[in-house]
Design a protein around this ligand. Sequence first.
Ligand code: C5P
Length: 307
Amino acid sequence: MASPVTEPEAIRVRVAGKVNLALRSGPRRPDGYHSLATVFQAVSLFDEVEATWAEPGRFTVKVMGEQAAQVPTGDENLAVRAARLLAAAAAKPSLGAELVIRKSIPVAGGMAGGSADAAGALLACAVLWDLDVSPDELRTLGAQLGADVPFCLAGGTALGTGRGDQLAPVLSRGSYHWVLAFSDGELSTPAVFGKFDELGLGAGRLEAPPELLNALVSGDVAALGRTLVNDLEPAALALRPELGQVLEAGRDLGAVASIVSGSGPTVAFLAANESDAVDLSVKLSGESVCRAVKRVSGPVPGARLVV
Ligand code: C5P
C-alpha cells in the first residue's frame, strides 16, 4: 500500500506594526544606543510570517507584498536571523526553516516592520519546532535582534525603557482610530538618531508624559492628542522636510493630532472616532502628499498564531 502523502505543515503568525504615542530619547550612550522612555501602541496593520520545515541548518526567506523588493532575503534578513538565533538557543542541529513573509507594514517606515517579522519568525519557529520555550525567553532572544522586537511579541499598549526593550504594561481604555500616511522612500533609524545627535537634542526629561498615561487610562482621545510627543520628529523632518506638509495636511483636514511614527517617515493622524477617520482618510487620499493612506485602530495584540 502506498504511504499517504502529507503536506508539510505550515505555521502562520500574524504580527502588528506600532506607533509610538510618546518617544522621549536621551543622548547617545557609549554602546551607540539611546535611552528611551516610549509608549508603544500596536495597531491593526499586520505582516504575516509563515514557517515550514527545511533540512537541518537551512534557513531561507521569501518576501511578498508591495514593498517586497526592498527587503533583504539573505542571512541579514531579521526573520532569518530570528530563526537562526532560536535554533542556536535550542541547540538542536536538526532544525531548519523556510519562511514566507507577507508584508503590509511599511519597510523602514517607523512602524517596526522588520522587528515585527523577527517577532513573527520567533513565534512561528518555536511552534513549528515544538520547542519548550517561554514567552520570557522569546522576549530575551527578541531583544538581541532589535529593541522593538519584545514589544512586537507582546502588542497592546506598553511603556518601553532602556533601549525601548524593557517593557511594562500600560492601562489603556477603549480603541483609538488612526489614519496612516505612508511616504515614498524609507528613513533609516540609525540616520534619524544620528541627526538627533547632530541637532543636539536629547536633553529633555526622559519620562513618558503623565498626562498621556492619564489620557489612556480614561480613554480621552482629545487629551491623548494633546500629549502625543516624538523627540525624533525634528530629526526626521530635518532629513525629510516634505513631511512637514503631510503633518500640516492632516491638521488642516481635522485630525485630532498629527505625529511622525517612530523614526518615520510614516505619519500617524489620530481621529476623534471611526467615522472621522474614514472622512480623514478619504480627504487625505485626495491630497497627493503621500504614497498611500491606511486606516487602522489600536491597541491590538502582538504576535499571534493564525489557526
Ligand atoms: O534595535 P534596532 O536594531 O532596531 O535599532 C536600529 C538602530 O537604531 C540602532 O542600531 C541604533 O542606531 C538606533 N537606536 C538607538 N537607540 C535605541 C533604539 C535604536 O540609537 N533605543
